[in-house]
Design a binder for this molecule. Sequence first.
Ligand SMILES: *Cc1c(COP(=O)(O)O)cnc(C)c1O
Ligand code: SF4
Length: 447
Amino acid sequence: MSTLYTQKDHSKIPELEHRNFRNDDFWTKIPGWANITRGEFADFRWQSKNSIKKVDQVEKILGSRVTKEFMDDLRMGQKKTPMNIRITPYVFSLINWDDPLNDPLRKQFLPVGSQFLPDHPMDQEDSLGEDTDSPVPMLTHRYPDKVLFLPTTICPVYCSYCTRSRIIGGSTESVEKETYGANQKKWDDVFAYLARSPLVEDVVVSGGDAYMLTPAQIKYIGENLLKIPHIRRIRLATKGIAIFPQKVLTDDEWVGAVKEVHDLGRAFGKQVVIHTHFSSPNEITKWSQMAMDRLFSLGITVRNQAVLQEGVNNHVDEMVLLTRQLGFMNIQPYYVYMHDMVPGCEHLRTTLKEGEELEKAVRGTTAGFNTPTFVCDLPGGGGKRHIASYEYYDDENGISVWKAPYVKKDQMFLYFDPIHKLSEDAQKRWANEGDRNAMIEEAKKKA
Ligand SMILES: *Cc1c(COP(=O)(O)O)cnc(C)c1O
Ligand code: SF4
């Protein structure tokens, strides 16, 4: 047989690294789960039940694999973070516990005190103005033809950088929250509003996370939205596939409900898709690929929305690998977001310039339809804009000025780079309120 057809070991060819899906029993390296079988690990109930929700559990499950110093740092982090801890055994055991401080997954879900930076002075709890643009509770209607519906405030994991930290998960030591769980009674008001809003064609069902909706709730939401004649597209948003692929593999009722809503949409000539949220190639394993194989075979389209983050994916190699792996699994990389300007995330933000450089590097590495658009969701509710479509960018002082004519006519929007990444002189200017206001006014004038 010709060597042409011999299966090569892809791992030796960097260009093909994205085809290697980790398939070892990686969780058995965690002392508390050393004896967990593949079958147990695959069970979504086991994953939910064994999710880590407290710092003490981290210590218990890791035993001697974690230092006292790290645990103290983690405890200090709990005093500052706006988010509760919740992390599935799947993600927890993908963290490199030999070097947790530098691990991209640890950075997303288990914030440590030593990494926090002072919040940017222009941060806001509701940075995107979602509550301002809300005609009925749980709904943001900003764009003419698409809306954001937040039927639940709970998630299978809590990301320490969540843009909705003001409502998602429970209260923490630093933030009091009014979370509403999955408050089904109020959903009917949302459906009624949508029924009398003929311009709306597109509904993003987010939260919170659609993984936390019961099969009955998925069907209830799906049926009520699909029966509104002018609604053509529904997206169910869940980080689940990235951090808990076992649910897609073993929770047949949940998958069945999504499939039912998808098929009902198809019968009406409407789209029902899933939007997920992978941010790092370290989240991707054979489990992710198997989960995607299942959804793909059911005919369900999945797209990805990543957040650009310092030390998680702000390197060309990581971003290219993430993009290619997603494409290989039949997930369409849709967006990479600039980090929102919400409190408690300054250490994870990057400059707009980094975003632009990364977009340039990623473009051309794979199919155009599998190349993510890098966007900035404008503080103050201007909506998502392509990263290079600002009116003016003062990269020395980290100030960009934007317009969003179709969303809010005549209004200017501002995005700011993290101050610690600016030159020393620029940092001094930011420290002085007079200088700061003058710089901002100057940038607006130039726009
Ligand atoms: C992101 C978002 C949407 C959907 O926007 P796309 O750019 O189509 O993904 C709709 N409404 C709100 C309020 C949003 O934030
Ligand atoms: S899954 Fe989404 S909504 Fe939930 S905590 Fe993470 S970023 Fe926030």
